[in-house]
Design a protein around this ligand. Structure first.
Ligand code: ADP
Length: 249
């Protein structure tokens, strides 16, 4: 352990090139996806990704609230991302903050690129994302969960939307950062990919890296998204071969 001021900085990369949890630089955390977890929603999914636990529910197409958001030529996609006050071990103020507003906005916009909204004019497609336990990469876990919930609700889409964050950790580009890597690393770069077209529909970056490292990050992220895409398709197949989680009611 090194130290900066009073804060202990963990060793992020071992001399063998392994990360704080033993992963290789291009390795994802384990992901478990369950589709159809909530009976009241039109579509739902629960994603456990590393230590993240994220629930997504989709309602719609349904009447638009508030009414003035209604669009005559397409459905409006409204996304609400929320991180529960108990989702992190540090003290977090419950409720709406700027971070959740920003994340809700970028996730909603990402889905505008894949949902066939023009098929449902004057309606709303409402996406709710609740982070129950957070360990970095929650917007990506939220995108994956919401994607599955939209598919579960039968909303027509160009494709599912896998997402992952890449970053720079101890000078190296690493896939799927966990909390310590996000906190003490040099950069964090979440992205979401439309696998069929190879288009990125969400890309953000905090921190700093060189142009070359950015290109390397994009390659690694796209590769990560494609691996997650396979798991998403597998979860959908499982859902429709075994039925909803916990039976229907
Ligand atoms: P993401 O979760 O998409 O990586 P951020 O980079 O904003 O988004 O957050 C990284 C991580 O930091 C979160 O997953 C969570 O573990 C933690 N975190 C975020 N906001 C707070 C907060 N208000 N209080 C405590 N921890 C937080």
């Amino acid at each position: 352990m090194g130290s900066v001021g009073a804060k202990e900085v963990p060793v992020l990369l071992s001399p063998e090139g392994l990360r704080i949890d033993g992963r290789k630089l291009d390795e994802l955390r384990p992901i478990k996806i369950q589709v159809g977890t909530l009976h009241n929603a039109d579509g739902s999914a629960f994603v456990e990704w590393g230590a993240n636990k994220v629930m997504a529910a989709v309602y719609g197409p349904r009447e638009v609230h508030p009414r003035h958001l209604q669009q005559n030529n397409k459905a409006v996609i409204q996304c609400k991302y929320n991180m529960a006050a108990f989702a992190v071990d540090e003290r977090k103020r419950p409720g709406l903050d700027r971070r959740s507003q920003e994340i809700s906005k970028v996730i909603g916009e990402a889905f505008e690129s894949v949902v066939f909204a023009e098929e449902y004019p004057r309606t709303s497609i409402d996406i709710y994302i609740e982070v129950l336990q957070a360990n970095a990469g929650t917007r990506c876990a939220g995108l994956v969960a919401a994607s599955m919930a939209l598919a579960d609700a039968g909303i027509p889409m160009v494709d599912l939307l896998p997402a992952v964050a890449v970053g720079k950790v101890a000078g190296k580009i690493a896939l799927d950062l966990k909390k310590e890597e996000d906190n003490f690393g040099e950069a964090d770069l979440p992205m979401a990919l439309v696998p069929q077209s190879g288009r990125l529909v969400l890309l953000q970056m905090e921190g700093h890296m060189t142009e070359e490292e950015l290109a390397q990050s994009l390659d690694l992220g796209v590769q990560g998204c494609r691996a997650i895409y396979e798991k998403m398709k597998e979860a959908l197949r499982e859902r429709y071969s075994t039925g909803p989680v916990g039976g229907s009611s």
